[in-house]
Design a protein around this ligand. Sequence first.
Ligand SMILES: Cc1cc2nc3c(=O)[nH]c(=O)nc-3n(C[C@H](O)[C@H](O)[C@H](O)COP(=O)(O)OP(=O)(O)OC[C@H]3O[C@@H](n4cnc5c(N)ncnc54)[C@H](O)[C@@H]3O)c2cc1C
Length: 391
Amino acid sequence: MIDFTLTSEQQNLRERTRAFVTDKIIPYEGDIRATAHGPTDELRQELNELARQAGLFGPHIPKNWNGMGLNHTDMAIVFEAAGYSPLGPIALHCAAPDEGNMNLLVKVATPEQKDIYLRPLAAGETRSCFTMTEPNGAGSDPTMLETKAIPEGNHFVINGRKWLITGAEGAAFTIIMAQVPDGYGMQSGPTMFLAPMASEGIRIERNLETMDSSFTGGHGEVVFENLRVSADHVLGEVGEAFRYVQVRLAPARLTHCMRWLGSAERAHDIAKNYASRRRAFGKILGEHEGVGFMLADNAIDLQQSRLMVWWTARELDCGSKARHESSMTKVAVSEALFRVADRCVQILGGLGMTEDTVVNQIFREIRGFRIYDGPSEVHRWAIAKRILKSH
Ligand SMILES: Cc1cc2nc3c(=O)[nH]c(=O)nc-3n(C[C@H](O)[C@H](O)[C@H](O)COP(=O)(O)OP(=O)(O)OC[C@H]3O[C@@H](n4cnc5c(N)ncnc54)[C@H](O)[C@@H]3O)c2cc1C
């Protein structure tokens, strides 16, 4: 049965989250602690406390880890409402990369690893990062992994360089993707490791200046120099990292769609408001067909995006890995939302270029989404391969 009606619980969740973001979080958007490298940890923790008081902390975190334990469909509703402010997902503790990392740890980590890493992360006491991309190695093609983890007794010695690592500055720990080479008398291949960022052998070389500014800690370049990680800090099994990457990435790319959908909706509301009151050539802007059509196209793109998100969320809730669906949704939604944000800047005229509205930031944030969690071209290529294979 296809039914797009929200249950009363879902409507209530949406209204509660939207009201919380509007009343409590949007007023923080001009806070000086919302820096070019994202909200500071002090601001993040202040916002987390507000979300806890509102009963909205950790919508995706399982109940036994003190979260709300929502399924993907309900997450789609709450994350969209949270995304109405770029600070909303930070407040609810459902922003990247922590949200995806928690999901991975819940599914793959040992009880001891959960105790050390997941417990404080789920409580919002710490942050984490995920170190996969390399300046000259793993990127669109993650199999080009250059970072090596050499077995040495009961340890691995890791050397390599990563960059674009969201939240590296200030993270308590990282999930490292590294290659265990053949020839050491054990299982080899791409492997995930857990390591505290304060370890000897981890250095943040720089924090990159980027277009976006919503992720706490910004995006860093991280060097591993003879980092020693004990065998009990392997996440999952040696050689299985790409299997776990899929565990993390398919839901994570969908949650990005959910959050940015909310932000694009905010930009649309601001543009709609401007087009309803600003006049040019004897009438309000929205009555000029050129502007009215942009508003109409925005509404179409937003609703199409929402339906694709709900569809993929439902697939995940039904137990599917939803690789194909999440790839299609990621391409369609990241591109649709970018069109929405771009039209909003255009409708606002010069105001759209200024920081007097949040549309400027939303435009910059959404641009990056066509690149991370798989560039559009790579997803199209993977979708095409699956289509051909199915014949
Ligand atoms: C804001 C932001 C946050 C990020 N956070 C993290 C993080 O926390 N951790 C992490 O590990 N990484 C992170 N990344 C890195 C991100 O995952 C990579 O940027 C992405 O995988 C692309 O890799 P690349 O930048 O090396 O691009 P490249 O691999 O150099 O590719 C460049 C371009 O080539 C094109 N291309 C590539 N392959 C194909 C193909 N098969 N067909 C057609 N065209 C193709 C695409 O247009 C692509 O954009 C982040 C990136 C950004 C922008």
